[in-house]
Design a binder for this molecule. Structure first.
Ligand code: SAH
Length: 398
């Protein structure tokens, strides 16, 4: 498994890698050796033949591999993976101890020292996500390492390395005990039904834990809440548990309705008292503006890019327009929870978008709080791209 090759990094990229950047970009190397295979161990050197780092070759979007160690003698084997996973688990002790939470991330790619690999924890079960065939090449050692250092009931996996990093359909069970689905997990006392063996997404995005808690504990009481791009309705559930007078969830995926009903059910909330709409958000906004609907809270959490029959949405371009629509149907002193997972712009740019939208609609606003990834989604300061989540809790002023 440890066939190693030497790669010379272009001078334009070596400084960055030297300074800690963990990703080997496709254009960092003049020419990759012909026939280089996924999972090959690579030793990176600069043009003066100085060692930069050791890692693996794996295609992931524009990346061609990740640096795993700055020590040339390091052997990339099961005990290396054990060391990394043990450290990562130690880092999440506070979450393992939390009686109200048993769903969180225990290994976050390069933030925990291995780009292209994430591991999530769901009530005793582990979900390993492989982002390239290169990291998948180390599957046996990584799975054994996880079994050795964690208290594992069962392991599931997602392979995200087919065409363009999308999900490859497969039986997702790896080893141990099979879970029965839905698996009911807890997050700050909120229940969520998750499915580890049913498609690319499991039913809950773990990176929004702190935002859901804030909505429930600080913002929802007595509010009429609109949750757009609602998926399984996790924000609606948090709002309802926080005492919202009513929630309206809007998502165009057909399955979102039954999934949202299920999330309300597992929390003992009467879903019939809530609105759950399968509809294009952009159509819904038009309808809401025409009907002069006003909400006390509007949640915006669009995908970075989406294409529906009539609309294409790209966060980097269209977020200000999306906000303008939300502002029009938010009551004075109401709250807009604006979220994006788009990694091509940072919080400052996101705030510029907010400023731009309010300057068009002509109202005042105040950003009450900002959220980024929670502690378990560990990030590297040398790799901003990994720090993708931006959430602003905005109050529309009268
Ligand atoms: N806010 C959700 C996650 C959103 S994922 C949560 O916290 O769990 C993005 C969702 O947007 C997907 O469910 C997708 O079906 C939906 N979506 C994408 N484009 C849409 C559109 N134009 N109108 C409505 N929903 C859309």
């Amino acid at each position: 498994m440890n066939r190693a090759i030497k790669l010379k990094v272009k001078s334009s990229h070596s400084k960055k890698i030297q300074a800690g950047f963990p990703l080997l970009n496709e254009n960092a190397i003049e020419q990759f050796p012909i026939g280089i295979t996924e999972g090959t161990i690579i030793n990176l050197f600069d043009e003066k033949n100085r060692f930069l780092g050791k890692g693996y070759y794996g295609k992931q979007n524009k990346g061609r591999g990740w640096v795993l160690s700055r020590n040339q003698q390091e052997v990339i084997n099961q005990s290396f993976f054990e060391k990394k996973i043990r450290m990562a688990i130690d880092n999440r002790k506070f979450l393992f101890k939390d009686e109200d939470t048993n769903a969180f991330r225990i290994f976050n790619g390069e933030g925990d020292g291995i780009g292209g690999l994430t591991i999530d924890y769901f009530a005793g079960y582990y979900l390993v996500t492989w982002y390239s065939e290169g990291i998948y090449h180390f599957k046996d050692a990584i799975i054994q390492a996880l079994i050795n250092v964690a208290n594992v009931k069962g392991i599931y996996e997602k392979k995200r390395f087919a065409v363009k990093g999308t999900y490859m359909d497969d039986d997702d069970f790896v080893t141990g005990e099979r879970a029965t689905f839905p698996l009911i997990v807890k997050e700050n006392g909120i229940h969520f039904a998750v499915y580890l063996n049913d498609g690319a997404m499991v039913g809950i995005f773990l990176d929004q834990r702190n935002v859901r808690k804030a909505i429930r504990d600080k913002y929802a009481k007595g509010k009429n809440v609109l949750n757009t791009f609602s998926y399984t309705g996790a924000f609606s559930v948090a709002a309802a548990l926080g005492g919202a007078s009513k929630t309206t969830s809007v998502d165009l995926a057909n399955r979102s309705k039954s999934k949202t009903i299920e999330q309300f059910n597992v929390n003992g909330i009467d879903y019939e008292a809530q609105d759950i709409l399968v509809e294009d958000v952009f159509n819904y906004f038009k309808y809401a503006v025409r009907k002069h609907l006003l909400f006390d809270m509007v949640v915006l959490d669009p995908p970075s890019f989406s294409r529906s029959k009539k609309h294409t949405f790209s966060a980097g371009k269209d977020y200000p327009a999306l906000l303008e629509q939300a502002i029009q149907i938010t009551a004075d002193n109401g709250i807009i929870v604006a979220s994006t997972n788009c990694s091509t712009f940072n919080m400052q740019k996101f705030k510029d978008f907010i400023e731009k939208a309010f300057s068009v609609t002509g109202g005042k606003y105040k950003i009450l709080e900002e959220y980024s990834l929670p502690e378990d989604f560990k990030v590297m300061k040398e790799f901003n791209e990994g720090n993708y989540l931006k959430v602003a809790i905005i109050q529309k002023l009268s």
